[in-house]
Design a protein around this ligand. Structure first.
Ligand SMILES: Cc1ncc(COP(=O)(O)O)c(C=O)c1O
Length: 449
């Protein structure tokens, strides 16, 4: 079987050939087989996947590290690392110049928009804006909407959301906007009856997370879209915690604005904003008069992190390798379903183990039978220990978990845990082995005795 040739913005140390402004990479037939036919995401193939991630190979104190910190930021595969370092090796430049490295930089930025458009099933790359992170883009949007909305207009936020989707909206109350908070039920699910009562003809925007980065709750975006549409309000979705786990289709869900962050789905630290075609042109974001005033550039400020953006396309291409289909969009949709199913199987194992532990209190909704209704992110406390102590003890054993509120401060406050160190958070990623979940449960069991 002959070697396969792939074109794209990919860099590797071997067999590198330059074709126009693109790079071609030769991989062996065996490598091709591994990439496209072995990635069924069973426990066995996860061992293959793990080889792509250099950080998973490192040892500390003579032991492997077990990464349960994905909701705070996932590890990065070789393909992404090569794209970022390759950019500095070959194309480092500013944009819009009449020379090769600048033209390559332009292509890399447009390549990332196209990749993200495929990832979100957006109508096209002109709907994708890039920024430092989700928080910065959301602040820019909130300033722009403050200029558009009138005094007395209402914005709905939720008690479940990360501060990055609350703070920017709370900050524009000074301009006369009324910001109202949708409450959460005892099981960590949005109170949809309250939302239905709160939404009205003055509501201009509903800003809601798709999934809670603290409790793993997945919100009913279909219902929220229907209610916001009936009220004539825009829907802004924070998909930062949802995007690593499930396929996204902004057109099917009829979303106006959606934000996510590449470092949560195996890419670098870059924020991404999707805006429904035409919407950004209606707004007046903070921007220089010298900058491109058209969408999607209209909300971007200054020089972007080009090297990191090179890694965004590589991360999307990496994820697409897990799926089958005719083009990248189809492969991504299939891939994200497979990843969601695999993570669900490991997450369910972990959830059941934690639930069976008498001294563990679990927060958030129960783990459903099917993936999609909850992310594989667990929040818990262990009786007799603060979350910080649990994480320190686990850390000594090579288990990496976060403690605290993870900036989902409001829900942690409502749970009465703000002054008590919050919760311990265990997140499952596409590279998490079932054995690691079992090992984590064993460690907790030993602490319990
Ligand atoms: C659900 C959610 N929203 C928003 C953010 C903020 O993203 P960024 O760090 O890109 O500003 C995070 C980060 O943890 C998050 O988990």
């Amino acid at each position: 079987m002959p070697d396969m040739v792939f074109h794209g913005h990919m860099w590797q140390n071997h067999s590198l050939t330059l074709a126009k402004t693109h790079f071609a990479i030769r991989v062996s037939a065996a490598e091709e087989h591994r990439r496209f036919f072995m990635r069924e995401l069973t426990g066995l193939t996860v061992e293959n996947v793990r080889r792509d991630f250099p950080s998973l190979q490192r040892e500390w104190n003579g032991q492997e590290l077990r990464y349960f910190d994905g909701p705070g930021g996932t590890q990065v595969p070789d393909q992404v690392i090569s794209a970022v370092s390759g950019y500095y090796q070959t194309s480092n430049s500013n944009i819009h110049g009449m020379f090769i490295t600048s033209r390559e930089t332009d292509e890399i930025l447009e390549g990332a928009r196209l990749a993200m458009s495929d990832f979100l099933n957006a109508p096209g790359p002109e709907t994708i804006s890039l920024g430092a992170n989700m928080t910065t883009l959301n602040y820019s949007l909130s300033h722009a909407l403050a200029r558009k909305f009138k005094k007395g207009d209402e914005i709905l936020i939720t008690a479940l959301d990360h501060e990055a989707n609350r703070g920017p909206w709370l900050s524009i109350q000074d301009s006369g906007m009324v910001v109202r908070e949708v409450p959460v039920t005892g099981s960590g699910v949005l109170d949809y009856e309250a939302l239905e009562r709160m939404i009205n003809s003055r509501t201009r925007l509903v800003a809601v997370g798709w999934a809670s980065n603290a409790l793993g709750t997945v919100n009913d975006i279909g219902l929220i879209r229907r209610l916001s549409r009936e009220a004539g309000a825009w829907l802004l979705v924070d998909a930062v915690h949802y995007a690593p786990h499930f396929p996204i289709d902004v057109q099917k869900e009829d979303i106006d604005f959606l934000l996510c962050s590449a470092y949560k789905f195996y890419g670098p630290h870059v924020g991404i904003l999707y805006s429904r075609p035409g919407l950004l042109d209606e707004l007046e974001p903070d921007r220089l008069k010298t900058q491109d005033q058209s969408s999607p550039y209209r909300i971007e400020t200054g020089t972007l992190n080009h090297a990191a953006i090179a890694g965004v396309e590589a991360a999307v291409n990496y994820l697409a390798e897990f799926g089958r289909g005719d083009g990248r969009k189809d492969r991504l949709a299939d891939a994200m379903s497979r990843i969601g199913s695999y993570e669900h199987s490991v997450g369910s194992h972990l959830y059941r183990g934690l639930a069976a532990c008498p001294k563990v209190s679990l927060f958030g909704p129960p783990m459903p039978d099917n993936p999609g209704a909850r992310t594989p992110t667990m929040a818990f406390r262990l009786e007799g220990f603060s979350p910080e102590e649990v994480c320190r003890n686990l850390g000594e054993e090579g288990y990496l978990l976060w403690d605290g509120d993870f900036y989902a401060a409001r829900i942690i406050e409502l749970l009465g845990l703000s002054g008590r160190g919050g919760v311990v958070r265990a997140g499952v990623s596409l590279y998490t082995r079932k054995e690691e979940a079992a090992g984590l449960l064993d460690c907790l069991d030993r602490m319990n005795r």
